[in-house]
Design a protein around this ligand. Structure first.
Ligand code: ZN
Length: 245
């Protein structure tokens, strides 16, 4: 993919279409490789990654469908504005900054394309709409319906995700099957196949936009490492049951 980027890049300093198309696909691949490298595809982090990949995929699909120079630029400017907003919030905040926050880095990022004084901070969504609408516009509504809801539960720390990750049903018959904390977070069905599907879809889009004679090589999965859904929620006796119940 990087090879293709170098082949097709223009001499312009800022090329919003090129950077967005390759950037969104690269980000998806980075999420995927980070999952694989840390074996996190069977944890709740896998679901957080999937949620982000769905957003990247639909955003790219929408931008590619429209393929409008103004829109590519709008997406980039909106993102830079968000960095500026984060920087300003950090300046206003009292007390210690979060350790992952680097004000100098944010300032540099916000100003990379243009001086921040000229950068509008748009507090809405960059298309003035939402991901569902973008998915519909990009003919990716099915993908949205399949992936968005359940993965979003994990991002938003909703009860369903918490129940699925950190609780188990107590098997003491006198306890009427109440839920008790797990000793360790549940190993969940792997997101590997889904992550590969989402990423390959983005490579398809990239080929549409910047395809050459060969196209970008697709990801394949090792058939020997097929992901089996792990235990059902009610099937596994918890290690902590006897003490926690
Ligand atoms: Zn109990």
């Amino acid at each position: 993919m990087i090879q293709r980027f170098l082949e097709v890049k223009s001499s312009e300093r800022v090329d919003p279409r090129l950077d967005a198309a390759f950037g969104l696909a690269l980000y998806a691949l980075s999420l995927l490789t980070a999952l694989a490298a840390t074996r996190a595809q069977e944890t709740m982090l896998g679901r957080l990654a999937i949620r982000s990949m769905v957003e990247a995929r639909i955003t790219l699909a929408y931008l590619a469908k429209r393929d409008d120079a103004k829109l590519w630029n709008q997406w980039r400017v909106y993102g830079a504005g968000q960095v500026k907003l984060a920087f300003l919030k950090a300046q206003e905040a009292v007390g210690d900054q979060p350790a992952f926050y680097d004000p100098e880095e944010l300032h540099a990022l916000a100003n990379e394309d243009m001086w921040e004084e000229f950068l509008d901070i748009d507090l809405g969504h960059w298309t003035k709409s939402n991901l569902r609408w973008m998915a519909t516009e990009a003919d990716e509504k099915d993908l949205y319906d399949r992936f968005y809801g359940w993965s979003s539960s994990f991002v938003h720390a909703q009860w369903g995700a918490i129940r699925d990750t950190d609780f188990v049903t107590c098997h003491n018959p006198l306890h009427r099957l109440h839920r008790i904390p797990r000793a360790v977070a549940r190993k969940q069905a792997s997101v590997e196949a889904d992550a590969v599907e989402l990423a390959n879809g983005m490579l398809d889009l990239l080929d549409t936009l910047y395809g050459g004679e060969t196209g970008v090589r697709r990801l394949t999965r090792d058939p020997d490492r097929s992901s089996q859904p792990t235990d059902a929620n009610k099937a596994e006796p918890p290690a902590a049951a006897s003490t926690a119940a």
